[in-house]
Ligand binder design. Structure first.
Ligand SMILES: [Zn+2]
Ligand SMILES: [Zn+2]
Length: 330
């Protein structure tokens, strides 16, 4: 298990060396839990399939192709006639990624810090850990640093790579069939890049230097999606996300849709709430809690390498072990 962290079966517990105790954001014994007035939190169990796993992305894809069908040609001709190539590729990608990121992060900040809407607090995954302003101010500066010191140069590289692969701003608009074909490549590249990159960062020689920062949040918040070392941001967040559209020679509009979906997924995985109609964040939230399970995003490599984990599975295994031990005693 990474670092000095251990998980007990019934309730995963993070045990820290005394010198490190203050460094973890969510393990303050004085931490105030979700106030009683918010009502009891619901029990979070991941069903094999949840409507939220596909609902939000179906809405995104529906809006995207609906919009293209209605206004696409007019909109795209206007963009091509008004802006230069670098302005479209670089400027457009910057706007899409910034708006997409800060939109969700702002809504979650209102939920976390102003406790609004109160009714959503029943969906808090780790109710004993309530976000504070300190977490947000710290995460805000790290997020900005990663966006501009790592994200901006990566954008320039993306521009060169897209140009090298072909013309990403062709007059012909992408179709839903283009997206269906290309998204297979996107998902495979994302899972391979994120899983193996992330697992590598859990190697004892690399963990402290490059990945521990991200794990300072044992109960993550949305903005913590990019609360990490710059190398981790480049290796695990940016590269797996952007490599797919480069390899698949995607249209820039498809790339923008994919950035929006990828960022939303990353923020949702860290948001700390399992909200109805949103994809389940339980797997990655559990990774932050116990450190050694659920390294991937899509999930097929966790299944392949048997690194999938959940609170229920841990409890089940503990009960089985106890039953075997009891039977042996008798
Ligand atoms: Zn994370
Ligand atoms: Zn990790």
């Amino acid at each position: 298990m990474s670092d000095s962290v251990s998980a007990s079966a019934s309730a995963p517990v993070v045990t820290l060396r005394a010198s490190e105790e203050v460094k973890y954001k969510n393990n303050d014994p004085e931490q105030t839990p979700v106030p009683d007035e918010f009502g009891p939190t619901i029990q979070h169990i991941k069903a094999p399939f949840e409507i939220g796993d596909v609902f939000l992305y179906t809405v995104f894809i529906g809006l995207f192709f609906g919009g293209l069908h209605l206004y696409g040609e007019e909109f795209w001709s206007h963009i091509l006639a008004t802006y230069s190539r670098p302005e479209i590729i670089l400027g457009g990608s910057l706007i899409v990624s910034q708006v997409g990121f800060w939109f969700w992060v702002s809504l979650l900040a209102v939920l976390d810090l102003c406790h609004f809407p109160k009714s959503f607090w029943r969906y808090k995954i780790q109710p004993q850990k309530v976000p504070t302003w300190d977490w947000y101010t710290d995460a805000f500066w790290v997020a900005l640093q990663n966006q501009f010191l790592v994200g901006a140069p990566a954008g320039l590289l993306l521009y060169k790579a897209l140009e090298w692969r072909g013309n990403p701003i062709g007059m012909e608009l992408p179709t839903i069939w283009d997206l269906a074909r290309e998204s297979i490549g996107f998902l495979i590249i994302e899972e391979l890049g994120f899983y193996y990159g992330h697992r590598l960062l859990h190697h004892p020689r690399l963990y402290k230097r490059f990945h521990k920062k991200h794990h300072l949040f044992t109960a993550p918040i949305g903005i913590a999606a990019i609360y990490c070392h710059p190398l981790e941001h480049l290796m695990c967040n940016i590269t797996p996300l952007l490599l797919g559209p480069v390899v698949m020679k995607s249209h820039i509009l498809t790339l923008w849709l994919w950035i929006t979906i990828g960022q939303t997924n990353a923020i949702n995985s860290h948001c700390g709430f399992h909200l109805p109609l949103f994809p389940s964040p339980l797997a990655h939230d559990y990774h932050h809690e116990v450190f050694n399970k659920n390294f991937g995003t899509v999930g097929f490599l966790d299944w392949f390498h048997d690194t999938y984990g959940s609170r229920e599975l841990t409890n089940e295994k503990k009960m089985q072990r106890d039953a075997i031990a009891k039977a042996k005693k008798n």
